[in-house]
Design a protein around this ligand. Sequence first.
Ligand code: NAG
Ligand code: NAG
Ligand code: NAG
Ligand code: NAG
Length: 306
Amino acid sequence: MKYLLLSTLVMLSYQWWDVGHMMTAQIAKNHLRENRPDVLAWADSLIQDLNPLTDGKSNTFAEAAVWLDDIKETGTNFMNDWHYTNRPMNPDGLQIKIEDQARNINSIYAINSATSVLTSTKTAKFRHTVFKAEMIRVLLHVIGDLHQPLHDTAFWNVTYPNGDQGGNLMKLQIENGTFVNLHSFWDAGAFAFVSNSTFLSRPLSQKDQEYLDNWAKNLIRSYPYSNYKDYDMTNPSVWTYVGYRQALQFVYPMIQSSNNFNNNYVEQAKQFCESNIAVGGYRLANKLIEIFDIILLNESMVKFDQ
Ligand SMILES: *[C@@H]1O[C@H](CO)[C@@H](O)[C@H](O)[C@H]1NC(C)=O
Ligand SMILES: *[C@@H]1O[C@H](CO)[C@@H](O)[C@H](O)[C@H]1NC(C)=O
Ligand SMILES: *[C@@H]1O[C@H](CO)[C@@H](O)[C@H](O)[C@H]1NC(C)=O
Ligand SMILES: *[C@@H]1O[C@H](CO)[C@@H](O)[C@H](O)[C@H]1NC(C)=O
């Protein structure tokens, strides 16, 4: 089945904020460190190849997960549609306008494109290139994004005739009475994942890096990999579909019934985001393992041929 996908003309904050991205990457890093240090060493060195060309705020594995947002500030807009897959939620069956994402330029496309560059046999197997160094950073970012359900859908009805831009046009009233953007609320893990000038702001201090590492260790203990052994770990289309279902079944219904602060919603949202970050980290790790093993396999086949 082919989904109708839609992009927005107005790019609002389509980003799982820095902290959620860094946490997802840190989970992947810790998982690889325990299970496939060879893959981590390869990924880390490829990521760092780009460091001289960035602004010094994305030099580590975790920080590099934010690079795809950083480049927007340099006017690099052509990858904006890579951050999400807007499967429409259109309960009233309205006629809706289909824009760029109808061409399937979305987060699934981003992950598959990056994978194809990284496994290309046109360059020597483990030779680093600029595009490989960029595409591994795309994977770090986009696999994080799509585990935020509002990066997997947008909602239409008569009130939102052009869609709600993944919750960007919806408001949620939180505990202190302020109205916040629904998308931002979820990007910030129900405000459980926020940085400030002294905490988890990039470039990360040694203390911040230790904090992230310990946070990831704890999360891996609470949400161990073995819990997800039946989950798909390779197919981004499956992953974004699950995100769409989560938005349909949890993110929007809660807001529609109350449309204001609800302690239960916030608590559930926090747990929900933690579990999604764990799964996102494991999937990122597995995608890197899959890529590395394809490169290795091709390497051994070439040797065999010679
Ligand atoms: C309400 O809480 C949000 C999220 O923690 C915060 O960003 C905002 O500044 C707070 N507003 C007031 C008026 O305290
Ligand atoms: C920054 O966040 C940390 C952790 O939530 C908090 O302990 C600290 O007081 C905050 N600092 C500022 C300047 O807001
Ligand atoms: C559209 O959906 C929003 C969010 O659930 C709701 O607040 C609004 O009333 C709906 N509009 C119509 C016309 O049903
Ligand atoms: C590289 O490995 C992949 C996965 O096994 C395979 O599909 C592809 O054909 C291989 N390419 C070459 C040139 O051996």
